[in-house]
Design a protein around this ligand. Structure first.
Ligand code: NAP
Length: 272
């Protein structure tokens, strides 16, 4: 029987996950399909019942369900518990488990860069910012700070995860070695010309990490690159969180270069 996987979210909009995972199943010759499953808020308990009774072997979970699925699972990884969000459902024997591969996705491209600076600044205080803070902790970065337009949200994350909150207005005065944008500033649409960082405040040697991937080269990354910073795009995070999901579901590693080329071809396609 064909194994089924998919993604739940609302509104689901366009997602690159089906293309990535269906390509992956083809690469390893697995009889499996990955589908988009738009799921309204409130539908999570029914969905989890379906996962337990139908041949659904795994699922990606996106906004707004990342927290709602947590109490319905048999086990949560330490990482998912620390982040307070699940983006991946997988089976461990007969136990339905929840993991957060956004953290792996965030850290993997930084591990490839070699020795890292000892400070990181996270911009934003939503779900992705929580994953970023946990990721920087996993990387062993000793000095982690967080700044958000709404300061209370940064303070909450800072006290919960034992990092330092800084004022949004003072974010560029921090001298951080890594600056990670987790706000939608720079995303295609109304915000495409926006950036969370002034062009003249980048310093050579800084790492500028944008988790926005559409467009691929946001204004933040273009200006950072021009100022001599190393840059990491949100496509890398998306790629690595997907590769980590695929590994959890199949026990197999996909070829990173092939998967990246596939995602780049989607982002470059004229219909997007
Ligand atoms: P979220 O929970 O809605 O949080 C968004 C954060 O951005 C909030 O802290 C918000 O500040 C801030 N923000 C929004 N508009 C702003 C503005 N105009 N100026 C300054 N700050 C602003 O969203 P999320 O789940 O963390 O996701 C954030 C982004 O990451 C999305 O674009 C998402 O697509 C992307 N993402 C990418 C990946 C990947 O694999 N590359 C993975 C996950 C998420 P307030 O608290 O003041 O509202």
């Amino acid at each position: 029987m064909t194994a089924r996987y998919g993604i739940i979210g609302w509104p689901l909009g366009h997602t690159m996950s089906p293309t990535l995972h269906n390509w992956g199943f083809g690469q390893i010759g697995l009889d499996a399909v990955y589908e988009a499953w738009p799921l309204e808020p409130g539908g999570v308990a029914d969905f989890i019942r379906r996962v337990r009774t139908e041949p659904i072997l795994g699922a990606s979970v996106t906004i707004p369900h990342k927290r709602a699925v947590m109490p319905l699972l048999d086990r949560l990884t330490d990482r998912a518990l620390t982040v307070g969000a699940v983006n991946t459902l997988y089976w461990d024997g007969d136990r339905l488990c929840g993991e957060n591969t956004d953290v792996t996705g965030l850290t993997a491209p930084l591990r490839q860069l070699g020795p890292l600076p000892d400070s990181a600044l996270v911009l934003g205080a939503g779900g992705a910012a929580r994953a970023a803070v946990v990721g920087f902790r996993e990387l062993g970065i000793p000095d982690i700070r967080i700044a958000n337009r709404t300061p209370d949200k940064a303070r909450d994350i800072a006290s919960e995860l034992s990092v330092r909150a800084v004022a949004w207005e003072a974010r560029m005065d921090q001298g951080a070695g890594i600056v990670c944008n987790t706000t939608p500033l720079g995303m295609s649409g109304d915000l495409v010309q926006a950036t969370p960082w002034d062009a003249d405040r980048f310093e050579p040697g800084m790492i500028a990490y944008d988790i926005v991937y559409n467009p691929l080269r946001t204004r933040f990354l273009r200006e950072a690159g021009a100022a001599g910073c190393r840059t990491v795009s949100g496509l890398e995070m998306f790629l690595h969180q997907g590769l980590a999901q695929f590994r959890l579901w199949t026990g197999r590693d996909l070829a990173e270069a092939g998967a990246r080329a596939l995602l780049l071809s989607i982002l470059d396609s004229p219909g997007r």
